[in-house]
Design a binder for this molecule. Structure first.
Ligand SMILES: [Zn+2]
Ligand SMILES: [Zn+2]
Ligand SMILES: [Zn+2]
Length: 314
C-alpha cells in the first residue's frame, strides 16, 4: 500500500499523468474493497485482518449465508420448469402463466425479475425464498436452484504477454493435473495497469483446487512464484456503472459515477454531491455516494449474493 502512495505522490508532481493517477487510485479502491470483504468475512471467524494478512497462505473460509452474515436479498434465484410429464406447456411464457395465477403467499415466490430460459423454463429473481414446491408440483411445475458459481482466484505477478492458454497450462502443470482431468483450472481474464511488465490473472477452479492453491499461497512457473488470493469482486462497468460487464462491451448510455449525469466522470462538476446510479435505480434508502464507493449498499448486497451462490465446498 505504501508503495502505491509513494507512486501517487511522484505522479502528482507531473500533471500530464492525471490518467495514471486515476488508474492508481482505482487500484487502491479495489484493494481497500478486498480488505473490507476479507475483514467482513472473518468477523464471524474472530480473525482480525492482521491475522489474515500475516498468514496469506491460509485458506480463507467464507461463511456461506450462515448466521447474521446473510443479507436479505432480492437476488435469490430459482428456476421453474414444466414437470417432465407435463406436455401441455410449449413455451416459457406458458410456464410463467401458471405461478402468475397462484397467490404469492401460496407459491412463496415474489418475482423481481423474470427471464425465459431453455426447456420452457423461467429464471426468477425473487425477494421471497420460501418456495412452496407442493403448490408448484400440484400446478404441473418443478423448481430448481441454479448451479453455483465456481470460486475465482487472483494470480498476481503474471508476465503481461501471457495468453489465457499459457496461464492455464502453466498452473495446471504446477498442480500436476493431467490434460484429461476435469478439475483443471481455467484462466478467465487479466487486469493491471498499462505498461507494466506483469498483470493479475483471474482463474476459475473447483473448491478443492481452491483449497490446495490457497494453502500453498503461491503458484510456480519456471523459477518464479506468483502470490494468490481469492478474487471476490463484481465486475463494474466504467461506462454505465452497472455490474457484470466491461465498458468495452457496454451497450448502455454513458452514466457518470459521481452524479448519474450523461457525461464522463472525468468531466463531472458535481463531485461534491454524489448520487449512486445503481442505488438510485434500486430505490435504496441511501443513494448519496459515488457508484464506486466500497460501502455502496447495492454493491454490498450483490457481492453477498454472489458469495452465497459460489460453491466454496461443504
Ligand atoms: Zn456498462
Ligand atoms: Zn457527473
Ligand atoms: Zn450505491
Amino acid at each position: 500500500m505504501t508503495e502505491a502512495f509513494t507512486e501517487i505522490f511522484s505522479q502528482l508532481k507531473v500533471k500530464e499523468n492525471e490518467d495514471k493517477v486515476v488508474d492508481i487510485l482505482n487500484d487502491i479502491k479495489v484493494k481497500i474493497n478486498d480488505i473490507n470483504v476479507i475483514q467482513n468475512q472473518n468477523i464471524s471467524n474472530k480473525n482480525s485482518y492482521a491475522t489474515v494478512a500475516s498468514t496469506p497462505s491460509s485458506t480463507t473460509k467464507i461463511p456461506l449465508g450462515k448466521g447474521n452474515t446473510t443479507i436479505p436479498s432480492k437476488d435469490q434465484v430459482i428456476l421453474i420448469y414444466p414437470k417432465k410429464d407435463n406436455n401441455n406447456i410449449k413455451s416459457s411464457e406458458e410456464t410463467l402463466k401458471i405461478p402468475k395465477k397462484l397467490r404469492t403467499v401460496d407459491v412463496g415466490v415474489k418475482p423481481e425479475k423474470l427471464l425465459p430460459i431453455s426447456k420452457n423454463g423461467v429464471k426468477i429473481n425473487t425477494s421471497l425464498a420460501q418456495v412452496n414446491e407442493h403448490a408448484l408440483n400440484a400446478a404441473g411445475l418443478t423448481a430448481e436452484k441454479p448451479e453455483k458459481f465456481k470460486p475465482r482466484l487472483a494470480i498476481m505477478g503474471v508476465p503481461a504477454e501471457w495468453t489465457a492458454e499459457i496461464v492455464g497450462s502453466k498452473i495446471n502443470e504446477d498442480l500436476e493435473l493431467d490434460p484429461e482431468d476435469t478439475t483443471r483450472v481455467k484462466a478467465l481474464f487479466k487486469y493491471g495497469r498499462r505498461n507494466e511488465t506483469t498483470v493479475t490473472w483471474v482463474i476459475e477452479c473447483n473448491y478443492k483446487i481452491r483449497d490446495i492453491i490457497l494453502k500453498r499461497g503461491e503458484l510456480f512457473y519456471d523459477w518464479n512464484a506468483c502470490n494468490v488470493r481469492d478474487h471476490i469482486r463484481l465486475l463494474t462497468c466504467y461506462n454505465c456503472q452497472n455490474y457484470g460487464h466491461m465498458a468495452a462491451n457496454c451497450r448502455r448510455n454513458i452514466t457518470c459515477g459521481y452524479c448519474t449525469g450523461e457525461h464522463d466522470a472525468k468531466n463531472c462538476k458535481s463531485r461534491e454531491d454524489p448520487v449512486c446510479i445503481n442505488c438510485k435505480l434500486s430505490k435504496e434508502a441511501n443513494v448519496n455516494h459515488e457508484a464506486h464507493d466500497t460501502n455502496c449498499p447495492k454493491y454490498t448486497r450483490r457481492l453477498q449474493s454472489y458469495i452465497n451462490n459460489t460453491d466454496y465446498g461443504p
